[in-house]
Design a protein around this ligand. Structure first.
Ligand code: UT7
Length: 328
């Protein structure tokens, strides 16, 4: 069976209006702007309004992506939302988004792979299209991390932000589109990055609230070491699978967790910083939404030209990682 080439037909992003700066965080926890900027590269992040949930951010980003693709919601066959902050346990955020958009014929589900979720979702959606099961898919990364962040914990509250990015996938001309996916997981590292309560292991209770177990817990230094190792190697593996040399990469779009992690990946790939999309100074780490927001912003800035070799790479809780090579 010959496979249909699959690519990105449109991108969109949305971030909430409220900006939380490092200077504001100085008043909330024992930290300072200089520490945050030198250790992470982050200067500010966006925070959703109390009434905004992930599907609301996803909806705004999706409308823009559909518009740019020139595809109506009724034409979408599949919606995947990558998120660790769904509106609720169920129904899925993808189903809520399907309803908001009026994407009546779309199958819809959420995918949980933390910060790697968007790349995992792209791999899923692109396979459905490549094999002819579906024609058009909407793939979204949407997060309201502020709702699960402990703003008394300086180890985590300086890092995270809210936002959504979306892409419409569909058939493209032979030679363009996704060339490879490299996905991986190491469940032994699960305890390093987690929200412990609210599931079936530790349902919500007065004790779980008191123990702050509904907030993100992270062993930062351990995750950092893993990230430095995996970002470069996952990107290299995806390039090898695609049969493309790293010297041919036009733009790297990495997960936006920490500027030092991004710099180590650039070093490993022998790429200069001008070949990398970096926006973490404005939005912080938005988990599954980081890569699609960065991709949409690169698109808006005219940094993606037809035929360009683009590498997406991310890592996150699970532990998980994912990379993809695509020809724009
Ligand atoms: O999306 C995937 C998930 N997350 C990540 O990718 C995050 C990966 N990890 C990191 O980015 C880094 O580990 C952090 C930015 C979280 C921390 O940076 P670090 O260089 O690994 O610092 P550290 O945790 O080793 O802490 C160094 C010091 C400690 O003080 P002592 O023990 O040396 O006295 C911390 O208590 O910095 C202290 N510290 C802070 N100081 C000021 C930790 N957080 C802060 C803070 N402000 N916000």
């Amino acid at each position: 069976m010959s496979l249909q080439a699959v690519g990105v037909l449109g991108t969109g992003r949305y971030v909430p209006e409220r900006v939380l700066t490092n200077h504001e965080l100085e008043k909330m926890v024992d930290t300072n702007d200089e520490w945050i900027v030198t250790r992470t590269g982050i200067r500010e992040r966006r925070i959703a309004a109390p009434e905004q949930a992930s599907s609301d951010l996803a909806y705004e980003a999706s409308k823009i992506a559909l518009d740019k693709a020139g595809i109506s919601p009724e034409e979408i066959d599949l919606i995947i939302v990558a998120t660790i902050t769904p509106d609720m346990s169920f129904p899925s955020t993808a189903c809520i988004l399907q309803d908001k958009l009026g994407a009546k014929k779309a199958a819809a589900f959420d995918l949980s792979a933390a910060c790697s979720g968007f790349i995992y979702s792209l791999a899923n959606a692109s396979n459905f299209i490549a094999t002819g099961t579906y024609k058009y898919a909407l793939v979204v990364g949407a997060e309201c991390l502020s709702k699960i962040t402990d703003y008394t914990d300086r180890n985590t509250c300086i890092l995270f932000g809210d936002g959504a990015g979306a892409v419409v996938l569909g058939p493209v001309a032979e030679g363009r589109g996704f060339k490879s996916f490299e996905l991986g997981a190491d469940g032994t590292g699960g305890p390093l990055l987690k929200v412990e309560a609210g599931g079936s292991r530790c349902p919500a209770s007065p004790q779980s609230l008191e123990g702050k177990q509904h907030f993100i817990y992270m062993a930062g230094a351990e995750v950092f070491k893993f990230a430095v190792r995996i970002m470069g190697s996952a990107a290299e593996d995806a390039l090898r699978k695609a049969g493309i040399d790293k010297s041919d990469v036009d733009l790297l779009v990495p997960h936006q967790a920490n500027i030092r992690i991004i710099q180590s990946a650039l070093q490993r790939l022998a790429l200069s910083e001008d070949k990398c999309m970096i926006n973490l100074h404005k939005y912080g780490n938005v988990s599954a939404a980081s890569i699609p927001i960065a991709l949409a912003e690169a698109d808006e800035e005219g940094r993606l030209k037809e035929g360009d070799c683009v590498v997406l790479v991310g890592f996150g809780g699970g532990l998980t990682w994912g990379a993809s090579v695509l020809v724009w």
